[in-house]
Design a protein around this ligand. Structure first.
Ligand SMILES: *Cc1c(COP(=O)(O)O)cnc(C)c1O
Length: 476
């Protein structure tokens, strides 16, 4: 392809992208594809000769697009969002065109310095205290692993990096039973072993019970373990439950534990000052992560990771072979030393575009609307005699089930709700996912897709009620 052709196809594809996003409602939000359906259409071997772009684009439309789940569809209420937005997409295009690998200051000074400033903006946006320093990681999973590794090194006086675990302390790591699976993964990867993870009970609202945490820490100390790190959930994945950071933080301080706060989804909610109660006690935290790539209109991947002691982070990861030495040395940030990977994408650009495009007030307005629609939706559930709200709604995720009069058995209700979810997702109009809370099959509805309107939420509720009544009829 020469530059002229690139220009031609570039224009053509931008037109296609605008059309796609404009007409996205015409697609089924969840791919209605059977396993193997896509791969069966793909040749077993790569083409010997290069193919014309027209053929490649035609196959994208014919083969790939029908197998996509449309995460930017306003009927997307599943998992947590992975939002994009027009400014974010434009920035990603520029990033792709420049194709810079931003591992060190010298490999693109602007990428490093923009990241530094945009992370300062982001800290202010969510109300973090001024003593946190930010760095962009790919995902919250990686950020949490960085916290476990930094804590491991700091508390072992950086010995495990040198000598491995041999003969050292037996560490214990804490989180609630509702905490995200990425913590268990990080415990495994960091070499602690899954048995080192203590899952602490939660209260009726699915937030950790601080007294239970303290009791477990005491027990571990008596048994010769070194309590190392507590990962508090600010918005669990199941129901967006908020661990009480103040009480948890005081316990961490008393027993000298590292406190990491996982606010992957909920962090965006902190843009609203009235939601800042969720991080009361943040002064006790050592590290904090949230994902602008979830609810903050920024293309995946972009995870904002904040640390109090950047020295511990850098000392955990830094390595300086001859071929990476640069003359700027310590005057500048070399983000390759602030995490696991060497090579880094230029992620700050899209975040900068997004924050500048919406402004603080624009972001607040959108997030506040999502929170309000969620409150209204939850009120609708509570007012409906045949539906049941299963968890508090601090943000924009509603956990509920259909529980029509006359059906009391848990298993029967679980099956009915699983069928309801299947039926809803089969309509192609909305996409919802589920979790289990206290063994109860729970339907989750997450509001917050970038283009979503209040009418989308209202129509979803109508569709849910109609479909539920039909499923019940089929049961009887
Ligand atoms: C989504 C989520 C994660 C994982 O996020 P990734 O960026 O995909 O790794 C971690 N913790 C919580 C609470 C989440 O909701």
């Amino acid at each position: 392809m020469d530059n002229k052709e690139f220009r031609k196809y570039g224009h053509e594809l931008v037109d296609w992208m605008a059309g796609y996003l404009d007409e996205i409602r015409k697609y089924p939000v969840k791919a209605q594809t059977k396993p193997g359906e896509i791969i069966a259409q793909l040749p077993l071997s790569p083409p010997r000769q290069g193919e014309p772009m027209d053929a490649i684009i035609a196959d994208f439309k014919k083969i790939i697009l029908p197998g996509m789940t449309h995460w930017q569809h306003p009927g997307f209420f599943a998992y947590f969002n992975a939002n994009n937005s027009y400014p974010s997409i434009l920035a990603e295009m520029l990033t792709a065109a420049m194709g810079a690998q931003c591992m060190s200051w010298q490999t693109s000074p602007a990428a490093t310095e923009l990241e530094e400033r945009v992370m300062e903006w982001t800290a202010k946006l969510v109300g973090l205290p001024g003593d946190f320093t930010g760095v962009i990681q790919d995902t919250a999973s990686t950020a949490t692993l960085c916290s476990l590794l930094s804590a491991r090194e700091k508390y072992s006086d950086f010995k495990i990096n040198e000598k491995g675990f041999a003969g050292g302390n037996k560490y214990a790591i804490y989180c609630s039973t509702e905490a995200h699976s990425s913590i268990e993964k990080a415990v495994k990867i960091a070499g602690f072993g899954r048995e080192s993870l203590r899952r602490i009970d939660v209260d009726k609202d699915f937030a950790i019970i601080p007294a239970a945490l303290e009791a477990e820490i005491k027990k571990d100390k008596q048994a010769g373990f070194l309590p190392l790190i507590m990962v508090a959930a600010c918005g669990t994945t199941g129901s967006t439950a908020v661990d009480p950071l103040g009480e948890v933080g005081e316990i961490c301080r008393r027993y000298d534990l590292w406190l990491h706060v996982d606010a992957a989804y909920a962090g965006t909610g902190l843009i609203l000052p009235e939601k800042r109660w969720m991080i009361d006690g943040i002064e006790h935290a050592d590290t904090f992560v949230f994902n602008p790539h979830k609810w903050m209109f920024t293309n995946f991947d972009c995870s904002a990771y904040f640390v109090k002691d950047k020295g511990a982070l850098i000392r955990t990861f830094e390595i300086l072979p001859e071929y990476l030495k640069t003359k700027e040395g310590k005057q500048v940030n070399n983000y390759r030393d602030w995490g696991i990977q060497l090579g880094r994408r230029f992620r700050a650009l899209k975040l900068w575009f997004v924050i500048r495009h919406f402004g603080v007030e624009g972001l607040r307005e959108k997030i506040a609307a999502h929170v309000k629609w969620a409150r209204d939706f939850a009120a609708g559930i509570e007012a409906a005699p045949d539906f049941e709200l299963l968890a508090p709604v601090p943000l924009s995720t509603i956990c509920f089930r259909y529980s029509p009069a006359g059906i009391k058995e848990k298993e029967v209700l679980n099956t009915l709700n699983a069928r309801l979810l299947e039926a809803l997702n089969g309509t192609g109009k909305i996409y919802l996912t589920h979790t289990k809370l206290n063994g109860i099959y729970t339907i989750r509805l997450v509001i917050g897709q970038t283009g979503q309107q209040e009418t989308d939420v209202k129509e979803a509720w109508e569709l849910i009620r109609r479909t539920a009544a039909r499923e019940l009829e089929d049961t009887l």
